[in-house]
Design a protein around this ligand. Structure first.
Ligand SMILES: [Fe+2]
Length: 341
């Protein structure tokens, strides 16, 4: 079990006790290189991941087998590499969306925070880099300037066309203004919406369209669909009635990427909804449940909810309420424990 971040090696944990066992470095040449918190596990059990070092302009790529052994690694040099949080894999490619948010080394060394050291440089546009898994060959596509935090997934058609979904915002303000929460201040900036992107290898063009009706984040697909064609993206949303002085999300939604139609459940305005996951029963490919935590701000309790994945709009089929609040998180996973006696 690995605890992941994006500024260095992962940490190994004991899956039963959560005791820290040390760093996971794969091999000595990779020690200290970043290993992102968004690895992608393919259906066959193999893992792809990357680590972005924006100060050196290096993207480290990792490919590990289902048994946990490193199969290959590779370092790609990228000019003006932004801090990169997420990526996508398809059958033959790794796909990176590179927003024009560039880390300014001088600002960072002057002692301001990492977020405040990032400079919005829209003249660069949003660059798309695809890397062929078979020979590390690269292709570049261009998009108008835009920003992102999370990618949902991608797949590749027979003719090589790549279709991808991500949460796109016009600029980085919704990401960067979140830092003011640390000072107890919040004023909302327009956030990201689910966006469909098509990369056409024949013409070298990238086209995109917004499909999300609401501001949203934390896009999730069924684990079995990584790199494969998929129909639905689960995400959390900011409902239209959300007060402008209230951060975060209040709804969970399952969006059909072809029709754009969503089913959704609103927790209510005084809630902070965290990432929800699609959960399948053992041995079944289609997720049966949606599971996630949310903070009930008025009661100051964290609540775990379980929904029937085919009837999200009906509300939770089960809820467990803690008598206290957990710290808000980003991503997580749920692991089955032994059934109670
Ligand atoms: Fe993330």
């Amino acid at each position: 079990m690995l605890a992941l971040w994006e500024a260095g090696s992962a940490h190994r944990l004991d899956p039963d006790t959560l005791v820290t066992r040390g760093l996971k470095t794969w091999d000595e040449t990779l020690a200290g290189r970043p290993f992102s918190a968004h690895p992608r596990l393919e259906r066959i059990g193999s893992l792809w991941n990357f680590g972005a070092d924006p100060l050196r302009g290096e993207l480290t790529l990792y490919h590990a087998a289902a048994d946990g052994l490193l199969l290959q690694s590779h370092v790609v040099n990228v000019d003006q590499l932004p801090p990169t949080h997420d990526f996508a894999v398809t059958e033959h490619h790794l796909v990176f969306l590179l927003p024009p948010l560039i880390l300014n080394k001088d600002r960072l060394e002057s002692g301001v925070s990492f977020a405040e050291s990032c400079q919005w440089s829209p003249a660069l546009g949003m660059r798309v880099l695809t890397i062929d898994k078979r020979d590390w060959s690269q292709r570049h596509f261009d998009l108008p300037p835009g920003c992102l935090f999370h990618v949902a997934n991608a797949w590749e058609e027979k003719d090589g066309t790549i279709r991808l979904h991500y949460m796109r915002s016009e600029d980085p303000m919704s990401l960067l203004s979140g830092w003011s929460v640390m000072r107890g201040e919040y004023r909302h900036s327009e956030g990201a919406r689910l966006t469909s992107l098509v990369l056409d290898p024949a013409t070298g063009t990238a086209t995109q369209a917004t499909i999300g009706e609401q501001e949203s984040e934390f896009p999730i697909i069924a684990l079995d669909d990584v790199g494969q064609r998929y129909e639905q993206v689960l995400c959390v949303e900011r409902g239209p009635a959300r007060a402008s002085d209230m951060p975060g999300f209040d709804q969970v939604a399952l969006v059909n990427i072809e029709s754009g139609l969503s089913q959704r459940f609103s927790y209510g305005d005084a809630w902070l909804v965290e990432e929800h996951l699609l959960v399948a029963a053992d041995g079944e490919p289609t997720p049966r449940w949606i599971v996630g935590t949310a903070l009930d701000v008025r009661a100051e309790n964290t609540v775990l909810s379980v929904f029937d994945a085919s009837h999200l709009g009906d509300g939770p089929i089960a809820q467990a309420r803690l008598p206290y609040s957990l710290p808000l998180g980003l991503h997580g996973t749920f692991r089955a424990t032994a059934a109670p006696p």
